[in-house]
Design a protein around this ligand. Structure first.
Ligand code: C2E
Ligand code: CA
Ligand code: CA
Length: 634
């Protein structure tokens, strides 16, 4: 029974009891008090009694009603206050319009006063994708007269931003009209609070790096991922040496500052997806994922370690920080997060104990050679960025008149860290690691630029041969790039020659034929380099239309002493001529070799006897001096 009915029944029952008692008792009292003869007096008294009853019952009714109404209003006010101050957003809608909104609802929708919300169509506060479901829920609510279960919904704030809320709706009356009370729970705030809490639980307070718990989770995830995609991952643990000493000498604040700086350096040294964590007071860990092989792992580790290789300012003093590091790779050094973390820490302690600054591997299977390779690859990456390469030029000499007919461009790398490095060492490395494209592009550009410079100096067109690597031949942009270079430096295509070896065209013969033919159609010349060392295949020579054939150094070197080398060289010259090619002899070091080759009708010479490969300035002098060579017998 509701409050109103109870109140009304109380008033009615009280009235019935009081009036009933009056009717029964009042006449008896009168008859007893007044003598039987005084009929007139009795009548008068009965009237007074009637008036008295009406007055008393009227006053009584007034008292009951006033009390009831006041109580009702008090309860309504209390309820309104409750809704108004509720921390949860509540509004009441009738005829699809907002009729009432509490303070929390104003905050949720970003309204400054209720007027901004009142009268608004509720659909204007809900993102369109929810309109249908809202209409359905309203219909359900009207049909059942019952609350509909809460759902998550995107609401539109007055400034147009979206807020995610959990929305419940229940029937209500608003000023005598049926309406709906809508209760909204702002989830974005809730989620933000949850996220903040979870961040606090999973991060180190000082550096804001993930802590050991989060590292463990990420390790577990990454192991699953690595297993699925068939890659490897590794965990590197680093121990800051002498942290206690720094704390003791400069104070804990200085130590904290140092740890923060170290954390920043570390964060910057890894790829965005890699996790850097602080796992104990003086230990950091880096989770390196998506590694292809051992060399990728070593490269990543080297990068992280290099990021520390500088001094840090601690309380105004420059401090050089040493780190001991240990690594464990998945799956070789541990199959699950605990094993991997434990083994990386063990390796790190081993490094610390021996005082080593090199990274210790849990299972030390890293050879010195692979370390050297990584060092060189890193230096190569720097060399590309810092332009540490240059080209040397070796003249090609006409075997009939001794004049320079062109040159071969040969790359040189002068590394500030590793010294002068031979192309025989770094070109294969660049090919394996994929850096050859950048190196090769640079060589082509530099050779073309130099040809343009000679032309501008009035030294004429100096046909220049550039060595190409296999990956370059299959590089999609090779032809347009060459075309652009020729155009940019005002050259003619026939002055650029590309040197290929047989093995380069073996891999994907039809494609190689396509590339070579397209470039030859432009007018570019081709040489088959190191001929005689590979397959020396006659059919290849026929398939690939070349311009020059270069007899390999190994034959030329022995032509004077070795009968067979002499015979092979002679047949290569004859073979080349038979196919309409010009024949170049490489590695001509002595006058005897030059004479023999000239007798055998070789077309062009190249070798130390004439000139070693020289830098651009020296080669320019050879050209401007119109240098000619001679090998004629005295
Ligand atoms: P290659 O193409 O066979 O180049 C000829 C090599 O023989 C050069 O060595 C040259 O300096 C050397 N040489 C020339 N004349 C003589 C001689 O009379 N006696 C002796 N013993 N050697 C002579 P280099 O410059 O060390 O180049 C080695 C190899 O590196 C080249 O062999 C070539 O395969 C590669 N290379 C050089 N520059 C480039 C380049 O820009 N790109 C590519 N992909 N490879 C290059
Ligand atoms: Ca060559
Ligand atoms: Ca060669």
């Amino acid at each position: 029974m509701d409050w109103v009915r109870r109140q009304s029944l109380t008033v009615a029952a009280t009235y019935i009891i009081v009036a009933g008692l009056w009717i029964i008792l009042s006449d008896r009292v009168l008859i007893a008090a007044v003598p039987e003869t005084a009929v007139v007096t009795l009548a008068i008294l009965q009237s007074v009694k009637g008036i008295g009853f009406v007055l008393v019952s009227g006053a009584f009714l007034y008292w009951l009603m006033e009390r009831g109404m006041r109580q009702h209003i008090r309860i309504q006010d209390q309820y309104k206050e409750l809704v108004e101050l509720a921390p949860i957003a509540i509004f009441i809608q009738a005829d699809d319009e907002v009729r009432y909104a509490n303070a929390a609802a104003l905050v949720l929708f970003g309204a400054e006063s209720p007027d901004e919300l009142l009268g608004r169509n509720i659909m204007s506060l809900i993102t369109p994708e929810y309109h249908n479901s809202v209409r359905l829920r309203m219909a359900q609510l009207r049909a059942t007269g019952m609350q509909v279960p809460p759902v998550e919904q995107d609401m539109i704030r007055l400034d147009g931003t979206i807020v995610r809320a959990e929305v419940a709706a229940l029937p209500a009356t608003w000023q005598g009209q049926p309406g709906v009370q809508v209760i909204l729970n702002d989830l974005s705030q809730k989620r933000a609070n949850e996220a903040r809490l979870s961040h606090i639980i999973t991060h180190d307070e000082l550096t804001d790096l993930p802590n050991r718990t989060l590292l463990h989770d990420r390790l577990a995830q990454e192991i699953i991922h690595a297993r699925r995609i068939g890659r490897s991952l590794a965990l590197l643990v680093m121990d800051v040496a002498r942290l206690q000493f720094i704390n003791d000498s400069y104070g804990y604040e200085a130590g904290d500052q140092l740890l923060k700086s170290l954390a920043n350096s570390l964060r910057e040294s890894v790829r965005p997806g890699d996790t850097v964590a602080r796992i104990s007071g003086d230990q950091f860990a880096v989770l390196l994922s998506d590694l292809h092989d051992r060399s990728g792992l070593l490269t990543a580790i080297e990068k992280v370690r290099n990021s520390f290789a500088h001094t840090y300012k601690v309380s105004g003093n420059e401090v050089y920080v040493t780190l001991h590091s240990g690594a464990a790779a998945w799956p070789d050094d541990g199959d699950d997060p605990d094993a991997l973390l434990g083994n990386a820490i063990t390796a790190c302690y081993r490094a610390k104990k021996s005082g080593s600054v090199e990274t210790e591997f849990y299972a030390p299977s890293i050879t010195a050679a692979s370390r050297k390779r990584v060092t060189m690859e890193l230096a190569l990456i720097e060399a590309i960025a810092n332009r540490e390469f240059l080209l040397h030029y070796q003249p090609k000499v006409n075997a009939r008149n001794g004049m320079i007919v062109g040159c071969e461009a040969l790359i040189r790398w002068n590394s500030p860290k590793l010294g002068l490095i031979s192309p025989i060492q770094f070109i294969p490395l660049a090919e394996e690691t994929g850096h050859i494209q950048q190196v090769g592009d640079w060589v082509l550009r530099e050779a073309c630029r130099q040809m343009g410079e000679w032309k501008n100096l009035g030294l004429g067109v100096v046909p220049t041969a550039v060595n190409l690597s296999a990956p370059q031949l299959h590089q999609p942009g090779l032809k347009p790039m060459i075309y652009e270079l020729i155009y940019e430096y005002g050259l003619t295509p026939s002055c650029l020659e590309l040197e290929l070896t047989e093995s380069m065209i073996m891999g994907d013969t039809p494609r190689a034929i396509g590339v070579i033919n397209r470039l030859r159609a432009l007018g570019i010349k081709f040489s088959l380099d190191d001929f005689g060392t590979g397959y020396s295949s006659f059919s290849y020579l026929k398939t690939f239309r070349m311009d020059h054939l270069k007899i390999d150094i190994s034959f030329v070197r022995d032509i004077v002493q070795s009968e067979s080398s002499a015979r092979i060289t002679q047949s290569i010259i004859a073979l080349g001529h038979g196919l309409g090619l010009k024949v170049i002899a490489e590695g001509v070091e002595t006058v005897e070799q030059a004479r023999l080759l000239a007798d055998w009708d070789c077309d062009i010479f190249q070798g130390y006897y004439f000139s070693r490969p020289v830098d651009a300035a020296q080669f320019t002098r050879l050209l401007s001096d119109k240098c000619t060579y001679s090998w004629a017998a005295e």
